[in-house]
Structure formats: C-alpha cells, structure tokens
Design a protein around this ligand. Structure first.
Ligand code: AHM
Ligand code: MG
Length: 339
C-alpha cells in the first residue's frame, strides 16, 4: 500500500456520512469514540503478562463466568469512552447486571450501546485472540425521561450499527452501519485504524465448521446430525475442516473471511445456549448478514428475536449462507422455540 492509498477509519466514516445528507454526525462520532476505546484496550492487551493485569479479579459476572482483570478494564474503558459525550443515553454490558444510564448531570444522547467488552476472556492467560463486540441501537424511550432496559431490549434487526474489535496477530476493527462490512487494521506505529478489508463478503459455502465438539453427548440428535454432516459430508455438503479457538470473535472472523459455520447450540448443560443474544449473537448476526451470510437460533433468524431479558442467551448458528441454511433445515424440523 503506498501513502496515497491509505484510508484511515476517520476518513472512511466521514465519507460514508457524506452519503447521508440528513446525518447529524453523531453516529460517526460515536464510532470514533469506540475506535479510541479499541486502541486503549488493544494497548493493554498487548502488554498483558508484562504488567499486573493478568488473572481473575475474583468476582463472577451475571452469567457466572469468572471476571478477568482485563474484562473489568475493557468494560470501564468502553463505557468511559462513550458515556460523557452526549451521544449515548444508556449502555449495557455483559459484565454489568443492569443497564447503566449516563450519569446525572451529563447530557443523554439518542444512542444505546450494548457490548461484550472482552469476549473469549478465558483465553487471556494463554495468549489467544480475544475481542470486543458492540451493538448500537437508537433510543426508543422518551427523550426527556430516564433511559433504561426498554431501550436495550430491541430486536437485532433494529440495530443501526454493529461490529467487533479483534485483538489477534494484529488488532482489527470490523463494522457495519447497514452498508456493507468494512475491516480496518490498527497500524501501531501511527496509532490509526487503516482500511484493509473493504466490502467484506463471506463465501456462500465455507471451508470450516467451528463447534465445541466435546459437548457432543449433550446435544440433541438433530444437532449431532448437523455436526456429523459438516464433519463427514452429507448430500451436497462436502466434509469441512474443523477449526475451534473457543474465542467467538476469533472463530467468527476467520469464518467471515474464509467461509465457514460456527455453532454454539443448546445442550443439556446450557439449555438456551451459552452465548448472549444482545452482546454477542445479534451484533455478529448483523455483520454476517451484511456480508452475505446468515445467523439463526435453529428456528428463527437471530435478527428477528425480540429479547425479553438483558442477559438472555441463545443458541447460535452463524456463517456462510448455504451452510447455515442446511443446518437450519435440520434443526427447524425438531426445534422448540427458545426464550
Ligand atoms: P465470554 O468470554 O464473553 O464469556 O464468551 C463466551 C465464549 C466465546 O468467546 C466462545 O465462543 C465460547 O465462550 C466458548 O465456549 P466453550 O468453552 O464452552 O466452547
Ligand atoms: Mg462473550
């Protein structure tokens, strides 16, 4: 890439905004705020092991996972980067029990941000890729009243933007505002995200299947049949390679770029699945659909699910369109809708 071709994320977002004369610039600024949070978290992740930030903080979050110190840092970093700007009215995070409205005395904006501050955090101590996932909705409650849980409980199809940051071999930010999916790589020497993956489209048929196969005995027969088909081939489904990192953002990103299907189905231990609808499934579903892929809970499109609870879990089957359609056909035949 020569100097004249470099497109920073700021320039890209600004150019996208110009396509919408009615835009106020608030969403663009919110995306810049998230970029700043991404850079700060990335800097800390890169220093993990060098400073006293590894290990658990000794608490458990609302989903029962041990909170890692970096989780807490990332949680606060995202909130502090977006909460005081007048662009956001409430945030909700996988790490917080309740939604967090902007503090009294601060201006409340029109956006709602839901996020998983550090997904895959069980992998931090062993130097495996982790990520931050975000979802942006428009406020639905009255402008002058308090913002809260009603603003957060919106179906995924109402998202106005979503994306993730992957702290991998490089740090990448991938997002959509409903006009395709664009990926940016952080150049640490200049501290800027540069456009590296414009207009990402995911192959209709993937090379990979990604699932925690050690859960096999906890799955229903239809889930076992789907996974067996991806492993061994069935009908028009060719056998695929298995790839499972156990870090959703990393597994999702690889499959988005190379083509593949990720599954975290319900099982006897996790009867509603393990992953969270609002912080993980819905934002990645918007990204994948914008890239030409698909996401389902086995009987409904993830984007159509109306959440009932903030920390609601969902089975998730996400990735290449034809592979997800195949899985959905088998799963839907015996599916009981999840709550
Ligand atoms: P979390 O780190 O936010 O709690 O996310 C849950 C993680 C995902 O990143 C990953 O896909 C999944 O849990 C792996 O679960 P398992 O170890 O059961 O395969
Ligand atoms: Mg997570």
């Amino acid at each position: 890439m020569d100097g004249s071709e470099v497109i920073t994320i700021e320039r890209f977002i600004m150019e996208q905004e110009r396509l919408h004369p009615e835009a106020t610039g608030e969403l663009s600024n919110l995306l810049y705020d998230l970029c700043l949070a991404a850079k700060i978290i990335s800097r800390h992740v890169r220093r993990a092991g060098l400073t006293d930030i590894l290990g658990t903080a000794g608490a458990v979050n609302v989903s029962g996972d041990l909170q890692q110190k970096l989780d807490l840092f990332a949680n606060e970093t995202v909130r502090h980067s977006i909460q005081h700007t007048g662009r956001v009215c409430v945030t909700a995070s996988e790490e917080d029990e309740e939604p967090v409205p902007v503090p009294p005395g601060k201006p409340a904006g029109k956006y709602v941000v839901l996020y998983d501050p550090l997904d895959g955090s069980a992998n931090i101590d062993v130097n495996v890729s982790i990520g931050t996932i975000f979802s942006i909705h428009r406020r639905v409650t009255r402008k002058n009243g308090p913002a809260g849980v009603a603003d957060c409980l919106q179906a995924g199809k109402k998202q106005i933007a979503a994306g993730y940051i992957l702290y991998g071999s490089s740090t990448m930010l991938v997002y959509t505002t409903g006009q395709g999916v664009h990926g940016f790589t952080l150049d640490p020497t200049i501290g800027e995200f540069l456009l590296s993956h414009p207009d990402i489209t995911t192959p209709a048929v993937g090379k990979y299947y990604s699932v925690n196969e050690s859960n096999w005995n906890r799955w229903t027969p239809p889930v076992q049949r789907v996974v067996a088909a991806f492993k061994n081939g069935e009908g028009r489904i060719q056998p695929k390679n298995a790839r499972y990192i156990g870090s959703l953002v990393a597994d999702f990103h690889r499959n988005l770029i190379s083509g593949g299907i990720f599954l975290y189905p319900a099982d006897t231990k996790n009867p509603h699945g393990k992953l969270r609808l609002l912080y993980e499934a819905a934002p990645l579903a918007l990204v994948v659909e914008q890239a030409g892929g698909r996401a389902t809970d086995g009987c409904r499109s993830i984007l159509d699910i109306s959440p009932e609870k903030l920390h609601q879990k969902t089975p998730l089957v996400i990735g290449s369109k034809d592979d997800v359609a195949f899985a959905a056909r088998i799963l839907a035949a015996e599916a009981v809708p999840q709550k």
